[in-house]
Ligand binder design. Structure first.
Ligand SMILES: *Cc1c(COP(=O)(O)O)cnc(C)c1O
Length: 398
């Protein structure tokens, strides 16, 4: 078997060698605790500041508006629970969408148990939140709108600026989970009216277990981890210095070639989608054909199980996903695919392919050939397909 073809970059990405290189000194020579006073600690303190500066510049905020966390899930939890607690006097209503990551959905469900009220907005058939429904959902007690920047399964990019405007008009805070968008789309939090934004290192070729939450200055968001005075007393715990340094490096690299990289990915993505739709019958694209993340293709193949397809692709050295990593292992179809209106049986036959800048046309050609062969094989074994073909033949004969 040849090399592995990794097409699951929405689940996680390879850490760039430059990132690992940048991190290493902070395990060895510069291992000091940034809170200490001696010289060796000064070095790690300085490195944390530098990473914070890089990240702040990338999203157009002040460096003291960036708070390092242990990843996207923590940032989402903090943003939502932190606002819920701090603004409880003002109201108990939160608006989010049905296609959020579980880090947002399960946090909202948890808050419902504590007495908060949550509206889960529908999306249209391409996975976009409906703005009139958002406006209609606003109540005097609404304290937070949390809507993701771009979806991790179908790549749908939300109308973030419009949502930010609506939130501002109604004096409601706006949090966005930008874990997938950050590093793929240019983001300016001030221009977009974003009050809080979550991001994660390992989704853009940085290390795992490091993320940040942007909190606009002036917001009353409760501290999430209590303890020491780190992160301006809002997130205790000795800083993950190597992680922060690696994250900073990954962001710098991602920002330096964002345009060229994503242009190349879009071309390859569209080539992949076009060929599959043309060459594999009874197949559909999930999400919008243009308004989607540069690296995301999500397809449903009728009459087959996505899980079987995944296993057989894996045997050919191709790593892909049938839903989000968090839901595989469960038999329920993805909540995102159901939210865009797919019937269960079609949602079950779905495949998510997410590219990286290292993905080549050869990788994609090989993958398409394998998909064609495997889908055909699986359909030959499918009683549903057999019935369908019999009916089709009968209708044609009549
Ligand atoms: C991966 C992901 C998360 C979780 O981030 P972690 O750093 O793995 O905790 C949250 N939201 C979205 C949209 C994601 O894709």
């Amino acid at each position: 078997m040849g090399k592995m073809i990794y097409l699951d970059n929405a689940a996680t990405t390879q850490t760039r060698p430059e990132v690992v290189e940048a991190m290493l000194p902070y395990f060895y020579e510069n291992y000091g605790n940034p809170s200490s006073v001696y010289e060796i600690a000064t070095r790690s303190r300085k490195a944390v500041t530098e990473a914070r500066d890089i990240i702040a510049k990338t999203i157009g905020c002040e460096n003291n508006e960036i708070y390092f966390t242990a990843g996207g899930s923590e940032s989402d939890n903090w943003a939502i629970k932190g606002v819920a607690e701090a603004y409880r006097d003002k109201g108990n209503h939160i608006i989010t969408s049905k296609i959020e990551h579980h880090a947002v959905l399960h946090t909202c469900e948890y808050l419902e148990k504590l007495g908060f009220e949550v509206t889960y907005l529908d999306v249209d058939e391409s996975g976009i939140v409906k703005l009139d429904q958002l406006k209609a959902a606003i109540r005097p007690t609404t304290i937070l709108i949390s809507i993701m920047y771009a979806n991790n399964e179908i790549g749908a990019i939300q109308p973030v600026k419009e949502i930010g405007d609506i939130a501002k008009q109604h004096n409601i805070l706006f949090h966005t989970d930008a874990v997938q968008a950050f590093g793929q789309l240019p983001i300016d939090v001030k221009e977009l009216g974003i009050d809080m934004l979550s991001a994660s290192g390992h989704k853009l070729n940085g290390p795992k277990g490091i993320g940040f939450l942007y909190i606009r200055n002036g917001l009353k968001v409760r501290s999430f981890v209590h303890g020491g005075a780190q992160e301006r007393k809002r997130r205790a715990g000795t800083e993950n210095v190597p992680g922060i340094v690696g994250f900073g490096k990954a962001v710098e690299l991602a920002a330096s070639n964002l345009k060229e990289r994503t242009k190349k990915e879009i071309e390859l993505r569209d080539y992949l989608i076009e060929r599959v739709l043309k060459e594999v019958p009874y197949t559909r694209l999930n999400g919008h054909s243009k308004n989607r993340l540069p690296n995301n293709a999500n397809l449903s193949f009728q009459f087959i199980e996505g899980e079987s397809l995944l296993i057989m692709l894996d045997m050919q050295g191709i790593a892909a996903s049938s839903g989000s990593a968090c839901t595989s292992g469960s038999l329920d179809p993805s909540h995102v695919l159901l939210a865009i209106g797919l019937p269960h049986e079609i949602a079950h036959g779905s495949l998510r392919l997410t590219l990286s800048e290292d993905t080549t046309k050869e990788d994609i050609d090989f993958t398409i050939d394998q998909i064609k062969e495997i889908v055909d094989k699986l359909r030959q074994m499918s009683p549903l397909y057999e019935d369908f073909m019999k009916k089709l033949a009968k209708n044609r004969a009549e």
